[in-house]
Design a protein around this ligand. Sequence first.
Ligand code: SAH
Length: 246
Amino acid sequence: MSAKVWLVGAGPGDPELLTLKAVRALNAAQVVMIDDLVNPAVLEHCPGAKIIPVGKRGGCRSTPQEFIHRLMLRYARQGYCVVRLKGGDPCIFGRGSEEADWLGAHGIEVELVNGITAGLAGATQCGIPLTLRGVARGVTLVTAHTQDDSSLNWQALAQSGTTLVIYMGVAKLEEIQSELLAGGLPANTPVAMIENASLPQQRECRSELAGMCEAAWAFELKAPAVLVIGAVAGVGQMAVVERRLG
Ligand code: SAH
């Protein structure tokens, strides 16, 4: 059998939001390399596996990507069943495709397994529909943080008519607010800021675009959080189903 690595999304945090395929991969895993944002509770599905944390949270010393690549390669070549477990979905701001390409170029078979990305989970947990007939005909997932600090086309985002879901935005709230206002998004556009989506410590702060920073500061919003900006962020008062079944 050829060496294989599973690149698996662990979802936003609630272990019940894992896919069945992710659980099957974890069950089979002998080595699991995990990011910081993965809820350790999901590791109950791989009790016998060697767990290697390779997280890289902003501000902390990160594990170099090259090192992660080589570690996956080494274990895969030794014949271990390797799972690379990432928060949310592996290919939404998760470098999943970079890792898949690198492994592929080194002759390793890769299987990608979707996870529920934080923006989807955060909205749903707050009862916000990211698209809504007659209100929002699309959704844009965007990161406020780039490696080279290149700027976004904020004006295009402001005028896209889609719901904006912003990842990695907590340290960039002032820029987000001022650029979207300058780009023409109305001051009273609803905003929802969702911290620790789907986890027991989830918190949610609502405001309007013009007051977004002040609201976030008063709330002491902390990462990890997603921002949902658009008319739908004012909906969400519909009944939210109990997050955990049973
Ligand atoms: N691959 C991940 C995203 C990784 S980037 C996914 O698909 O969800 C890291 C960013 O994701 C964080 O800065 C934050 O914006 C968001 N994030 C991850 N988990 C989160 C959670 N439980 N609640 C809110 N935001 C989260």
